[in-house]
Design a protein around this ligand. Structure first.
Ligand code: PXL
Length: 280
């Protein structure tokens, strides 16, 4: 069985970061080790929340793992909250990346043209540097724009997205996927570029007239789980797109839905059904 380590916060309520990465990666049949970077009462989109910083734990955890010869098939980072965390996570990647280790960075920090609470353009520039260490990055267009230091352009066309993707791989990562892309009315999906083969791939689904929190984290986690089970980059990104749509559909049809996240739990059987089975 493959083992992933994911580095992100625990938002105790408000389905995102570790509370979605753990169940989704586990559902893929992949062990999910964690480095919790902070504990918050909820994610930061709530009107108030507690925040306990665990940055000081990152190095001792990593050093102890090293002494125990613990290794990982993939390193997957999500929401990171400070420059110090970025540099410690960079070191963790350097220390644990071996020839076959997959590094996926989801540069969580912004959406809809604006940075989340507490983030700055300088942080985005530092995140861009971290992205050089990744095999795949999965920003949305807002995060991509902040990392490249360009204006967020919501009136994009396909040529523009292709150009942004090329610039993203110029950060040093061989592959980039921009999530939440709409090129045709009524569709939403992912646009991907592989610099090594100089090839693009895109995959779209129906766009539902709703927006829910946490879908980016669900998308990235589903991609990592699928990659670990041997799906290609393209197939993993497409499965994550389909799974995210299923999550949104379950939420939409639930009269008792929560306001802060999607019903990804009810869509897990769909996700699992698309993961290759292991022979005993
Ligand atoms: O879903 C991204 C995310 C993760 N973790 C925390 C957040 C957010 C987005 O707001 O606040 C703590």
């Amino acid at each position: 069985m493959k083992r992933v380590v994911t580095v992100q916060d625990v938002s105790c309520v408000g389905k995102c970061s570790l509370t979605v990465a753990l169940p989704i990666i586990s559902a893929a049949g992949v062990e999910c080790a964690v480095v919790p970077t902070a504990v918050l009462s909820t994610h930061t989109a709530f009107p108030k929340f507690t925040f306990c910083d665990l940055t000081d734990e990152i190095e001792p955890i990593a050093n102890t793992w090293k002494e125990l010869d613990i290794t990982f098939d993939a390193i997957y980072t999500g929401y990171l909250g400070s420059h110090r965390q970025l540099s410690l996570v960079g070191k963790l990647i350097d220390d644990f990346k071996e020839s076959g280790t997959l590094v996926v960075i989801d540069p969580v920090m912004a959406d809809n043209g604006v940075l989340y609470k507490g983030f700055t353009p300088e942080f985005a520039a530092a995140m861009a540097k971290l992205c050089a260490k990744a095999d795949l990055i999965v920003p949305n267009l807002t995060e991509a724009s902040f990392m490249l230091g360009i204006e967020y352009n919501p009136d994009y066309d396909e040529e523009y997205i292709r150009d942004v993707l090329k610039r993203l791989t110029g950060l040093g990562c061989p592959r980039a996927a921009i999530t939440g892309i709409t090129l045709k009315k009524g569709e939403i999906g992912v646009y991907y570029y592989d610099r090594e083969t100089d090839s693009y791939y895109s995959y779209f689904n129906e766009l539902l007239p709703v927006r829910y929190h946490g879908t980016g984290d669900i998308y990235a986690s589903a991609t990592v789980g699928a990659l670990m089970r041997g799906l290609s980059y393209e197939d993993s990104l497409a499965l994550a797109t389909d799974f995210t749509l299923e999550c949104i559909k379950y939420t939409l049809h639930d009269e008792n839905r929560r306001f802060y996240g999607v019903n990804f739990e009810e869509a897990l059987p769909f996700y699992i059904s698309r993961i290759p089975t292991t022979a005993l």
